[in-house]
Design a protein around this ligand. Structure first.
Ligand code: VG1
Ligand code: CO
Length: 545
């Protein structure tokens, strides 16, 4: 094999964000940009020699080209073997499953998740470690540090073409490569967790579903599991063919971007159950007939009913949620007598808790739910969990959620995103807000909203004792209301301010109110304290979920 050592110069700003390095496709296509990052990654893995890596992506534009570059670099950097998803495809949860099931050293996932794709869209790369989960901050920081000092990278000379479309072992640049079925390992894992017979019977009874794969990588997984294995009628999976540009849409499963599904579920004769997943299939949205479930509620409902599902029959060790996720899961944990951990945003913070057996289920308000079966959030897993619960109880989605609220109270919840703010304006807004925190506690905003605590969230990992600071400004009110402010770490244009709003309502007579109206006083407080409209010049959030 001929190895080329290519001189290069460091790029600014190759620091991974909440979930990997995400940039515009045009940025990734600059000469050496991807190569630099991949070399920095390999340099940060000193014992990589001869090891097995998993490689795949969400199929977005530039996926195949990037796969070939990474394979040539893996060969030149001493990697022993690479397992690649057929066609270069692997959903994020499937990649996690493959890493774990095959005992791989780690994996590289090419995805910008819910961000749009295509030549004008976004691209991304992230590294997962041997537990199947996202690289912890220590590692991503080391990779970033290495990107700044790099002067060359190693790559195998351009070889004959590699056939990514046929399963089986082969060699490429004298390195072992195996093209694997992207769905098989994952489907096998799902069968170990859920009651497939009960779900088959539920479909055989005539229940109908609509799963919107949003023209992303989740399609083949959903078709195999839902239509082929469980017997959902043909056509239950819509937008099931992965497209490089996701059909020009935002592959983000929320009511704003999956409007067609919401409309289907609100129409007369709607299916019994609706769901959607995102670009890399790790997110999920759950919809009943004319009834949208918030992700925070979804986590709480799954936790409260987990023992109905074979994989969780013995109960949960604990629950973990990201800090901005509502406290609905905490209420369940209290009742079950198990701990509920509060982590910073991003799945990488759940890894240690899962590895140490401290938590079994995890969730984020951003349509992410998962468990200890992998080390990523998992969209289709959540869908199967909800189907299993419906099959086991005979209850509809709405009935399951209303029963839950009656028992635990309702946590009204909404997230307001203010997108594409100039970065300097967003930074200044957060800085000013942080300055105001001292002395704010104790203030009474009326309407029962007395501020009890105002702080900047810091997390001390109970397992490795690492500390992550400045993870978001929290305003905690008496009675369980909360406002959280933080800046997104996944965007590629300007900054996005996320404002998370939550209010607890124990009274079942008040469980059917419009969320935005219930949260209106908090929305007003958020705007007053952060001067959002004044500083951004915008008069409304760009996305409300
Ligand atoms: C967002 C979500 C976060 C999620 C992350 C990756 O991050 O808020 O909860 O873990 O996306 O999800 P941020 O920093 O933009 O708020 V995915 O499906 O895009 O990998
Ligand atoms: Co995703």
């Amino acid at each position: 094999m001929k190895i080329q050592t290519v001189p290069t110069q460091a790029f600014d700003g190759q620091r991974p964000g909440t979930s990997g390095l995400r940039r515009k496709v045009a940025v990734f296509r600059q000469p050496h940009y991807l190569e630099n990052f991949v070399q920095a990654l390999f340099d940060t893995l000193p014992d990589r020699e001869g090891k097995t890596l998993v490689l795949g992506g969400d199929g977005r534009f530039h996926n195949r080209e990037a796969i070939l570059v990474i394979l040539r670099m893996a060969a030149a950097n001493g990697i022993g073997r690479v397992l690649v998803g057929r066609g270069g495809l692997l959903s994020t949860p499937a990649a996690s499953a493959v890493i774990r099931q095959r005992g791989a050293y780690g994996g590289i996932i090419l995805s910008a998740s819910h961000n749009p794709g295509g030549p004008e869209g976004d691209f991304g790369i992230k590294y997962n470690i041997g537990n199947g989960g996202p690289a912890p901050e220590m590692l991503t920081e080391a990779i970033h540090a290495r990107t700044r000092t790099l002067t060359s990278y190693s790559i195998a000379a351009r070889p004959a073409v590699l056939d990514l479309d046929h399963l089986g072992p082969t060699t490429f640049c004298e390195m072992a490569v195996e093209v694997i079925d992207p769905v098989a390992d994952y489907a096998e894992l799902m069968q170990r967790l859920f009651d497939f017979d009960a779900m088959r019977a539920w479909f055989a009874d005539g229940h109908r579903i609509c799963f919107d794969a949003m023209s992303a990588v989740g399609g083949p997984y959903a078709r195999t599991l839902l239509e082929e294995m469980l017997g959902a009628s043909a056509g239950s999976v819509i937008n099931g063919i992965p497209l490089e540009d996701f059909g020009g849409h935002h592959p983000d499963p929320n009511p704003a971007h999956a409007g067609a599904l919401i409309a289907t579920m609100a129409a007369p004769h709607a299916p019994d159950f609706g769901a959607a997943s995102d670009g890399d299939a790790d997110r999920n949205m759950i919809v009943g007939r004319n009834f949208v479930v918030t992700p925070s509620d979804s986590l709480a409902v799954l936790a409260a009913n987990a023992t109905l599902v074979p994989g969780y029959r013995d109960g949960l060790a604990g629950i973990a949620r990201s800090m901005p996720t509502s406290c609905a899961a905490d209420a369940v944990a209290r009742e079950l007598g198990i701990p509920c951990y509060e982590t910073p945003t991003g799945w990488k913070f759940f890894g240690n808790l899962l590895d140490a057996g401290l938590a079994t289920l995890c969730g984020e308000e951003s349509y992410g739910t998962g468990s200890n079966h992998v080390r990523e959030k998992d969209g289709l897993w959540a869908v199967l969990f909800w189907l299993n619960l419906q099959a086991a109880t005979g209850l509809s989605v709405e009935a399951l959620v209303r029963r839950h609220w009656a028992r635990f109270g309702r946590h009204y919840y909404s997230r307001h995103d203010w997108e594409a703010i100039p970065a300097s304006v967003a930074e200044a807004l957060m800085a000013a807000l942080r300055e105001r925190l001292d002395g704010l506690a104790g203030r009474d905003f009326g309407d029962g909203l007395r501020l009890e605590q105002a702080d900047d969230f810091a997390y001390l990992d109970p397992v490795d004792h690492s500390e992550s600071r400045h993870q978001g400004v929290r305003l905690l009110f008496a009675g369980g209301a909360r406002i959280i402010f933080r800046l997104s770490g996944t965007g590629t244009e300007g900054a996005t301010l996320r404002v998370y709003l939550e209010r607890y309502e124990p009274d079942p007579a008040r469980h059917d109110l419009p969320a935005q109206a219930v949260l209106a006083p908090l929305i007003a407080i958020a705007d007053e304290l952060a001067a959002i409209r004044e500083r951004t010049g915008m008069d409304a959030p760009t996305v409300v979920t």
